[in-house]
Design a protein around this ligand. Structure first.
Ligand code: ACO
Length: 379
């Protein structure tokens, strides 16, 4: 039996981390205020808080769809979620396959709904909705029916139609495959054009960043942002740093150049993004373009960018593109031993959360509880 023991949370000892944990894949968390309020009001030690999140999920009884219905960790998580009554669960996939897999594992998933996207009676309704949303993109009813065979698309349409409150996927699917249907049919929050993913990097050395924390973005979503998109990533990440981690953001726009030390169109992009972000949020402490050492090391910052309010003391690092962001966070995680909490998805209009393919059963259970909290109370 795999216990619901929240393994990866056991070593966590500080309150801030819990605020971070709450922020996992928050999708800009339209309901984050609720969890923040819980954090503020409860002011209790972390395990109790996590229990409160689970309790809140139990109280909410939200309906979470798991598109990877026959995947073994997902089935273990489902059995646990149902036993603990953390959420109502719909598993997507072929009923016989799912039930056979659960039986083989000795799992009781009898309280889960099982929906086969290829035969379900809602296909017509969802297909019509899909065409309505994307007819300008040339989506025909035939293509919509075809797309609905993909559980990742079907799950998103359940949420769009109000037939489920949230989705958790990614145990066996790549991030892009989880995100694409969400972008196409659920889309972004009003006023947000770009979904991005930030990581809260937590160091044992409290001298690094803000009391041992740096926020990195975009590390998960947008391969090659233009200057406007990069500016939006900077502004939304600063907001996440503040609302989730409670830190006053000092944002460094990273490049291979500091204040004109190199000339290249890639440098121009970062410089332009810095200007746009400063206009978007005039109160934001942001500076760039700058190299990583100028951003983090006070002496280097002073030397390369004298008088900067960010250089040498940045706590939010905005990478110029996904290559550097994704490689960068993994380097710091693997070589510096930092804990990487995320990706926190910023900007999505509904709670659709992406798992790592290396996720544990506990990760799935926790993510379902968080997703339920994100979805909040039904109106
Ligand atoms: N925010 C909001 N909407 C977006 C975004 C975004 N960041 N990116 C794409 N879209 C929208 C597009 O506007 C488009 O909408 P439309 O069809 O209504 O016009 C739709 O999504 C599809 O856009 P495409 O560019 O055709 O999407 P594509 O499928 O090519 O790529 C995707 C989007 C999936 C996010 C892609 O950029 C991707 O794969 N990114 C990398 C994800 C990844 O692998 N990350 C690393 C692993 S995660 C980790 O290590 C933690």
């Amino acid at each position: 039996m795999v216990p619901f023991d929240l393994v990866f949370l056991r070593g966590i000892t500080n309150f801030r981390f819990f605020k971070l944990f709450l922020g996992l894949s928050l999708n800009s968390f339209f309901n984050f205020a609720l969890l923040k309020e819980i954090v503020r009001k409860l002011n209790i030690v972390h395990m109790e808080l996590l229990e409160k999140i689970r309790d809140n999920a139990i109280r909410l009884q939200n309906h979470i769809v798991l598109p990877e219905g026959s995947e073994i960790r997902t089935l273990w998580a489902t059995a646990q979620i149902l036993k603990e009554k953390i959420a109502k669960i719909t598993l997507l996939g072929n009923r016989e396959l799912i039930e056979a897999a659960a039986h083989k594992e000795g799992l009781n998933i009898s309280d889960a709904s099982i929906v086969d996207p290829t035969t379900d009676s809602n296909r017509q309704k969802y297909a019509e909705m899909m065409v309505e949303i994307r007819k300008s993109k040339g989506l025909t009813i035939e293509k919509a029916f075809d797309q609905l065979n993909d559980p990742l698309c079907f799950g998103v349409m359940m949420i769009k139609a109000g037939d489920a409150d949230g989705e958790v996927a990614g145990a066996i699917n790549a991030t892009g495959d989880v995100l694409r249907p969400a972008f196409q049919f659920v889309k972004t929050l009003p006023g947000v054009s770009v979904v991005s993913g930030c990581f809260f990097m937590i160091f044992k050395d409290k001298n690094i960043g803000d009391n041992g924390m740096l926020v990195f973005a975009d590390c998960a979503v947008m391969p090659d942002p233009d200057s406007l998109q990069l500016a939006e990533i900077a502004v939304t990440t600063a907001a996440s740093a503040k609302s989730i981690a409670g830190i006053e953001p000092r944002v460094a726009m990273l490049s291979f150049s500091t204040k004109g030390s190199a000339q290249h169109e890639l440098v121009d992009k970062v410089r332009e993004a810095t200007k746009i972000a400063a206009k978007m949020n005039p109160n934001l402490l942001i500076d760039g373009e700058m190299q990583l050492d100028a951003a983090l090391v006070p002496e280097v910052g002073q030397l390369k960018s004298p008088g900067s309010k960010v250089a040498g003391k940045a706590n939010v690092l905005i990478f110029p593109g996904l290559e550097s962001g994704n490689i960068g966070y993994k380097l710091v995680q693997r070589l510096a031993g930092a804990e990487a909490v995320g990706p926190v998805l910023q900007g999505m209009a509904a709670p659709i959360n992406d798992l790592s393919r290396g996720c544990s059963v506990s990760d799935i259970v926790n993510m379902v509880a968080i997703t339920s909290n994100q979805a909040g109370k039904k109106k």
